[in-house]
Design a protein around this ligand. Structure first.
Ligand SMILES: Cc1cc2nc3c(=O)[nH]c(=O)nc-3n(C[C@H](O)[C@H](O)[C@H](O)COP(=O)(O)O)c2cc1C
Length: 315
């Protein structure tokens, strides 16, 4: 007998499919990078085909052991992490991990992290030759000393990386933005002009947690990225703002832990959403969200989830 959780009864009235920057998703719910691994731990227990897609943990050119522990700290309404892109490297991903992921029955989005433009270009070239659905350029990781966020805070560097990667691939190119900037719209516009197909926002907010007894930061890296419900209003505001600044489709995330949260992001302008920290708290949650969103839509008299995108009526 199949020991996986059975499929919830499908709400047939509400269309769940969405289109995001060259990708057709069967529903708007994706697992966020770094909070779902490569899906292997969950695959024996859950039906991953219930998801619109999975964004892989951040992949780098060479394998990385990540930062020394402690690298997770709980905070009010959220958590700080400084995992630092622990991953087996792009070659091992392509040969040992991706083949299994392609059986999951949902979109596979490769989250690409680098220290330099050359890193991003080389990884895009390698991943272009695979069957990943799309690439998510992580120009926003706050927990590594070079690249990532330091590129993502400078519109000109974002432009340079995206232009260079665009030349390497016709696959959908999503660009994940950091919230640790004064104007996220300026960075979003640079990515749009450079040829991105969609923008993903937001990554974590740079923070610090303190241990009064030892008079030291709780994280060995001193600072880390804040995620979870605490950041939701900021993430919603950024989606709202960027939706008005660019024409590209948006993928929204930051603190989503319910179907209502997910639909709020869509109202603010997201075509799809990702769930991160909430999956660490309750791994089951993400699988029930598409159905719950459809039920809410049906109760409100709507026939699709896509209709929510950008429907917020500001005062
Ligand atoms: C433990 C952990 C690891 C993460 N690793 C990555 C990563 O490798 N690449 C990336 O783009 N984002 C990474 N993120 C950021 C999440 O994908 C997401 O942008 C952020 O946590 C906000 O969403 P949430 O509040 O739903 O978690 C990580 C987040 C956490 C909590």
């Amino acid at each position: 007998m199949d020991n996986k959780k059975t499929k919830p009864q499908e709400n047939k009235v509400v269309k769940r499919e969405v289109q995001v920057g060259g990708v057709r998703l069967k529903n708007p719910i994706l697992a966020a990078s770094g909070t779902f691994g490569f899906g292997a731990e969950l695959a024996p227990h859950y039906d991953l085909s219930l998801l619109g897609g999975i964004c892989t943990t951040g992949i780098t050119l060479e394998s990385r052991r990540g930062n020394p522990p402690p690298r997770i700290a709980e905070t009010s309404g959220g958590m700080l992490n400084s995992v630092g892109l622990q991953n087996p490297g792009v070659s091992a991903f392509v040969t040992d991990i991706l083949p299994e992921m392609l059986n999951y029955g949902c979109a596979i989005i490769a989250n690409v992290a680098g220290n330099s433009t050359d890193d991003y270009v080389e990884m895009t070239r390698i991943l272009n030759a695979t069957e990943v659905t799309a690439l998510e350029l992580n120009l926003s990781c706050p927990n590594v000393s070079a690249g990532g966020m330091s590129i993502g805070t400078e519109p000109e560097l974002v432009r340079e990386v995206v232009v260079a990667c665009r030349k390497q691939t016709d696959k959908p190119l999503w660009v994940k933005l950091t919230p640790n900037v004064t104007s996220i719209s300026a960075v979003a516009k640079a990515a749009e002009e450079a040829g991105a197909d969609a923008l993903v926002l937001i990554n974590t907010l740079l923070g610090i947690a303190v241990d009064l007894n030892s008079e030291r930061p709780l994280l060995r890296n001193n600072t880390g990225g804040l995620s979870g419900p605490a950041i939701k209003p900021i993430a919603l505001r950024m989606v709202y703002e960027v939706y008005r600044a660019v024409k590209l489709p948006l993928v929204g995330l930051g603190g989503i832990s319910s179907a209502v949260d997910a639909l709020e992001f869509m109202l603010c302008g997201a075509s799809a959403v990702q769930v991160g920290t909430a999956s660490l708290v309750n791994p089951e949650l993400i699988f029930s969200l598409p159905e719950e969103m459809a039920e809410i839509a049906q109760a409100a008299g709507h026939d699709s989830l896509a209709r929510y995108t950008g429907k917020l009526r500001p005062w």
